[in-house]
Design a binder for this molecule. Sequence first.
Ligand code: DOR
Length: 432
Amino acid sequence: MAAGCDLVLTNVLLPGGRVADVSVFRGKVCHVGARRTAGEIIDCRGMTVLPGAVDMHVHMRGRDQQYKEDWASGSMSALAGGVTLVVDQPNTVPPLTTPESFARRVAEARDASWCHYAINGGFVPGCDLLALWRRGAMAFGEIFAAASSYAEGLSYADLRNVLGTVSTLGGLCTIHAEEVGAGPDTDLGSHHALRTPEGEAVSVQRVRDQNDRGCRLHFCHLSCAESVSNAGNSTVEAAPHHLFLSLEEFDPSDARGKVNPPLRPDAVRRRLVSLWDRIDVLASDHAPHTPAEKELPFMDAPSGIPGVETMVPLALAFCRERKIPLASLIEKTSIRPCEILGLPRAGFQAGDRADFGVYPPGDVAIDADMLHSRAGWTPFEGKRAAFPVTVIMGGEVVYSEGTFTLGHPAWFPGRGFIGEELPRNSADTAQP
Ligand code: DOR
């Protein structure tokens, strides 16, 4: 018998159809084939094993917004949904537009996150993008072409500037593309009519028109086929709520369906789903708000819905039902996000990060009570989903049938990081 390792997943059905044992040593896959001796063995016969997902679009909140979510609750929610690495967005309070606020955010995650994390830098006119890049921003954005919760929209002139600067850094800009019309925002129908699919598609084109220096662009949470078509060579992300929920499923006055970009009529949703193969990345846009906030008069209720925990489970049930190959799901939830962000991949090859979710063959109806986000509700109530029974991160079991064990969550800084020190204790540091 060959030399020992830490963990072996036995009888894993690999995406190509082969069944193999996956051996893990020091956090990485060391062999795929016949099993090695190991301290721990997990039999995966009859299960679906997916590489740990990367959710490249989450809002983990914290600080003044910790009543909605914080790094502990948000990252546990991620793990329980098979997501082992999250990319946090910079529209925090305060926003991550200075090296100090950025470093403090990293320290907050370091002190509380249960899963791996990367953090994007934000942009306001005049901010020092090079300083954020050197502090370890993974990418820049989401950069808002239109206002949203906790975010002002940028003018196209400002967008041209930020794209120009980020291109000189060799970085990536992730874009929230929308155009917003004028008028009262009183229910889900008017929300959709003020932020139309056509406006989103025009915004995608206009942002690309500003990109004369050829910055790498990634379009976040596109909600309609026309936007995807307008994205050209840029990478494209879609969110589970735009793929699996339609406007008609909600009472028009129910602000739990209020999100930017809005939920669309079913016909629009179906056309987006038909472009599944062109969608590079599934990302949740996990944007938790409390039930009380969502019960405010529609106009005042914040936009955004929680979703990090339900993303892979919903998508897995969807792929099984449509007989979409698991390789396609793995591409969108793990391989492409890693390629786009320059992260080491998780997977089934020697040297890959040993992050996995082990999913049972059946599915269940989603019930908010079984989820871990502090938001305490889900717009996916009752939808069929397959949740992982076991989640492995860095070769350690970090989640098993409702029980969490703290592993070794790590920060993945962006390429520009020059290794400056972080605050020692995130709670002690002053506001900028
Ligand atoms: O609906 C949204 N809510 N869209 C966004 O882009 C931001 C998010 C939030 O942070 O709540």
